[in-house]
Design a binder for this molecule. Structure first.
Ligand SMILES: Nc1ncnc2c1ncn2[C@@H]1O[C@H](COP(=O)(O)OP(=O)(O)OP(=O)(O)O)[C@@H](O)[C@H]1O
Ligand SMILES: [Mg+2]
Length: 160
């Protein structure tokens, strides 16, 4: 079991591949909480997670609608909280409907509404590395299921 995992990605494609592995292991009710500054790679990682869940389209930041939905093996709610000010506003957007036991929810700028999310989430903090294309991500498991998911991810990346 792995409570947290730090990964350095060296290209957008590598970030998408990390997402793909996460998406392939995702289960109903999973919540991915993504944080990090503009351009850290949150949408890029989301694209990979969606592809790993069997989505065919290319996920884009849902900047104007705030919530986008994709269908793959499960329904995915892709939420972007960049424009909100607090958790109450996130709930006004209908966030609670996205956090159900059947679907997967991926949230960019999740730190804008930390209180709105269950503790049993997988948190992914992303940041720019020192060189242009490097991005560092720290994945933290909010419970046993996610700790197993991180162990799987670490093992599969080693085997890659
Ligand atoms: N290793 C990498 N991983 C992810 N993206 C990378 C990487 N290297 C370069 N990039 C580039 O950085 C940008 C990341 O953009 P992306 O939209 O995913 O960021 P974001 O965190 O969602 O930003 P925003 O807060 O504006 O939504 C893309 O242009 C991508 O090509
Ligand atoms: Mg984005």
């Amino acid at each position: 079991m792995t409570a947290s995992l730090e990964i350095v990605s060296r290209s957008p494609e590598e970030t998408q591949d990390i997402g793909r592995l996460l998406g392939a292991s995702a289960a109903p009710g999973d919540v991915f909480l993504l944080t990090g500054p503009l351009g850290a790679g949150k949408t890029c990682l989301t694209q990979g997670i969606a592809w790993g869940l069997g989505v065919k389209e290319h996920a884009r930041s849902p900047t104007f609608v705030l919530i986008a939905r994709y269908s793959g093996r499960l329904t995915i709610h892709h939420v972007d909280l960049f424009r909100i000010e607090d958790a109450a506003q996130a709930l006004d957007l209908g966030l609670e409907d996205c956090l159900n036991d059947e679907d997967v929810c991926i949230v960019e700028w999740a730190d804008r509404a930390t209180e709105a999310f269950p503790r049993q989430s997988l948190r992914i903090d992303m940041e720019h590395g020192q060189e242009g294309q490097t991005r560092r991500m720290k994945l933290s498991a909010g419970g046993g299921r996610h700790a197993r998911l991180l162990s799987d991810l670490a093992a599969r990346r080693k085997g890659a």
